[in-house]
Design a protein. Sequence first.
Length: 228
Amino acid sequence: MQKKKVLKALAPAKAKRKRRTPAPRRQRRSTDDVLNRIVTAAAEEFRRSGFAGTTTAAIARRADVTEAQLFRHFRSKSNVFQETIFKPIEQHFLAFTEKYHPARGEAPSRELSNLYTRELQHFIRDHAATLTSLVVAQAYDRDAAHGVSEIDSLGTYFDRGAAMMAARLKGKAKVDPRLLVRVTFASVLGSIMFGDWLFPPGLASDEEIADAINEFVLAGSAVNSAKG
């Protein structure tokens, strides 16, 4: 009789154990999938939190991988930053340079210069967050990015821009084209990246600001061909 009571008491527990199904095993991800997840997650974390505020743990959580998996592919946070921010911006710069610069030594028309300057504004605006991440990273970790000058395609951009300016020259340059192309780029970069500081609401519309930047850059680029 006592044995029956014990068996009856254990019956619900046995039934519960029988109904319990094992948790499904996570499907093993490929190396490419893991890498893509980490790169995508890291780019988002760096955009949201900056270099200093981003942690490898946060990247791993967003990517749905472990930190061990992350470090299997990347040596450090700085290495992740270089792969996710540095390389893409370099690739974009190279594509932009190839698309909008004429052949080396060829003087561009005013129409091409106007289109190029407009597109440069769009390009910097589209990548302002990434460029800001590079600048901030340099301030916090010298290993993360040794300055925007380390982007090889930016150097190509400057070289070809200086060659375009030199092709326009009819005599000695007032300003070295190698310097002028960098100052021109800096004026567009600063106007876009610090636009909220420089242009308070009500001062001008976005289109008027873009027009002003464009005219300033075109006038500055023509300084070596101006008379007097």
